[in-house]
Ligand binder design. Structure first.
Ligand code: KG4
Ligand code: ZN
Length: 375
């Protein structure tokens, strides 16, 4: 994977991601999708052919702008999306050596996410669809994360178990078929990424927490502290990370009251070990109980190095084939939206120009506006 990176005057990082495995289709019967993603603090556009072949993948990351505030400021995110979105789409088309005329379908994330941020992508996609007459498809952001697995694992087909761990969601699902996702576990409180972000802030690592804890943990002792691993007896695949977060906060307060320096690296490593252990145990157990021998991971937390390492190890030990997207395809991007949009398109899903952003859209509950039959 090759990344061309450029920091713009306003601090936004403009990236063009090129996958090694991507080529160009033969043109016959191909479905070429222009995909748009703007649910949080990345403005992204991609051109994806037949669901798995990425012709271009442009990500404009605002992360540096939000770091000073310790988290994403929705108003700033929306404004930046408005400024960046046309440039991202133009770059995505240019890099794919295509024009809007060559595009068959417009796919866009319509939820969940920040409403003002989502609306920028949704409005843009509707405008392009209206102007060109091309079909419009709304994609569930979390489904997009799951579908990122298809981009670099061409042989992966449903059914399989997938762990989805992002900033706002922690789900354990069975992908029964394309677009058929059954939730078997979810968080009762904080999402895994949210726990990373909150603990990072508490120990002074700042935002974004996940990558900072991942890095700090490499210098720390993962057995320095024994943090709780929550189990929910009546729902064994559910997660709960708030007790773990409170345990870290209590430890920090105790240390501070005793005038001790907190050991950032040891806390980061012990916290990370606790989260990863729970995520891995739940996922492997689900494969065993439901009888699946394929396990995928998705979402921002799926780029965590310990999670990837431990999943790999445990899958190998249990005869399970392990799939994961490259770290850059784990975090928000539009290529994954193009992948998910393709399979929706093939099922005949079409959205009208009355599509709206749905900030709290839950997994499996997407509104399918109409099915136009196989197409
Ligand atoms: O999927 P994503 O980019 O956005 C959402 O849809 O939420 O996930 C962002 C989350 C953040 O909470 C971030 O801290 C976490 O993913 N994250 C990580 C790592 N990289 C990003 N968590 C743990 N380790 C990482 N390396
Ligand atoms: Zn995401």
């Amino acid at each position: 994977m090759q990344i061309d990176k450029n920091v713009e005057k306003d601090g936004v990082i403009f990236m063009s991601v090129k996958s090694d495995s991507d080529g160009v289709g033969d043109g016959s019967g191909d479905v070429t999708i222009l995909a748009i993603e703007s649910s949080c603090d990345e403005t992204a556009a991609a051109v994806v052919r037949n669901g798995r072949e990425v012709l271009s993948n442009i990500i404009s990351s605002q992360i540096a702008l939000h770091t000073v505030y310790g988290g994403v400021v929705p108003e700033i995110a929306s404004r930046k999306h408005v400024e960046k979105i046309n440039g991202c789409i133009r770059a995505a088309l240019d890099e794919a050596h295509l024009t809007l005329e060559d595009i068959d379908v417009i796919a866009v994330t319509y939820g969940p996410g920040l409403v003002g941020a989502l609306l920028v992508g949704v409005s843009e996609a509707k405008a392009i669809s209206f102007a060109t007459g091309k079909p419009l498809i709304g994609v569930h952001h979390i489904e997009g994360h799951i579908y990122a697995n298809f981009i670099e694992n061409k042989e992966l087909e449903p059914p399989f178990v997938c762990l989805v761990a992002s900033g706002g969601h922690s789900h354990l699902v069975i992908v029964r078929d394309y677009g058929e996702i059954e939730i078997i576990g979810q968080t009762r409180d904080d999402a895994a990424g949210e726990a990373f972000d909150k603990v990072a802030r508490a120990i002074g690592l700042g935002y974004p927490g996940g990558p900072k804890i991942d890095k700090a943990a490499r210098e720390g002792n993962p057995d320095a502290y024994s943090f709780p691993r929550a189990q929910i007896p009546e729902a064994k695949y559910d997660f709960s990370f708030s007790g773990l977060k409170s345990a870290v906060l209590n430890l920090i307060n105790q240390d501070r009251m005793q005038g001790k320096e907190i050991n950032q690296a040891d806390i980061a490593a012990s916290f990370q070990k606790a989260v990863v252990e729970v995520l891995v145990d739940h996922s492997i157990e689900a494969c065993r109980e439901y009888g699946y021998d394929k396990l995928a991971i998705a979402g921002g937390v799926a780029s965590n190095s310990l999670l990837r390492e431990q999943m790999e190890k445990e899958c190998a030990a249990n005869g399970i084939k392990f799939y994961r997207p490259s770290p850059l395809l784990c975090t928000d991007n539009a290529a994954m939206i193009g992948a998910a949009g393709y399979y929706e398109y093939k099922k005949g899903v079409r959205f009208g120009l009355d599509m709206n952003a749905v900030p709290n859209l839950s997994l499996g509950s997407r509104e399918r506006r109409f099915h136009a039959g196989k197409g």
